[in-house]
Ligand binder design. Sequence first.
Ligand SMILES: Cc1cc2nc3c(=O)[nH]c(=O)nc-3n(C[C@H](O)[C@H](O)[C@H](O)COP(=O)(O)O)c2cc1C
Length: 327
Amino acid sequence: MNEFRKIFKDKILLAPMEDVTEPPFRLICKRLGADVVYTEFISAEGLIRDARKAKAKLFFYEEERPMGIQIFGGNEDVLVDAAKISENAGPDFIDINCGCWVKDVAMRGAGAGLLKDIPKMSRIAEKIINNVELPVTLKTRLGWDENSIVIVEVAKILEKTGIQALTVHCRLRHQGNKGDADWSWIKRIKDSGVNIPVILNGNVKTPEDVKYVFDNFEPDAVMIGQSAIQNPWIFRQSKFFIKNGYHESEPSVEERIDICIEHLRLSVGLKGEKYGVLEFRKHYSGYLRNLRDVSKFRLELMQYNEFEPLKEKLLQFKEEYLINSEF
Ligand SMILES: Cc1cc2nc3c(=O)[nH]c(=O)nc-3n(C[C@H](O)[C@H](O)[C@H](O)COP(=O)(O)O)c2cc1C
């Protein structure tokens, strides 16, 4: 196995998620055990138009490595140019999104839309690989619908193009990101003789799930999306569970609040006070999950627009929580 492919072997990855896997969240997940992280998908068209929003998404912290920049689009030449621009940002690899189910993307022949045109998907992979030095990986789904589960065929075709790893979101296009995932396809891909790393994704929610899929379907790596938003500790917890066969204790209130403040600080540092605070709101529930009497507190946090008072409020909550726990 070449050096690059080893970064996936037996690893647990953070899935790319639009508006979620921004640099601060990726860094926190990394510190909590995520082995490889990805940017959210970045529009190839946006990148070549020099669009400010798309360009900003290329940023990452050195500490995130190994990390990949994910791009999406439907035009082969535009994707090649976008891959070159992404390469200049200095990630460890480029990932091509062929799995996005959203109508605006999939119906325009990008994302999961490429599952309806496998020769084009393959051409895109090949052209990008021929035009960048960095390793190229690809993320897709089982197929467009129940009648077209093409993933084994797709994996074989893509391996020939020279991609260095394949992530399979084990759902169909119409399922979006919800509902059952059929993990058995990972084993079927491996049994078909495909040799590149195959990364299992979809509906992996707990440390037990992570162990179960490693034990039963032989993925090279497991990628976690939505469950990491609610529980960024899932990476560390899964590794502990696999190693010891029992669960590590839940993170303490001190750890939760300290990491929440650090995440918020990174967010404000990156986006400025206004957006850093505003766009952080989706993360409170993950940090406060399962603590008693937090719903009112969470609502209170929503009233704040500045970092310092928010930090004070969080520290005060931590102190009071600890005092109350003593009785
Ligand atoms: C809010 C959100 C945004 C997403 N954005 C992306 C994206 O930018 N690129 C991508 O490949 N997948 C994206 N996905 C799909 C996830 O990467 C993942 O494949 C999916 O959520 C299934 O994994 P899970 O069941 O562990 O969440 C997104 C999912 C969610 C929930």
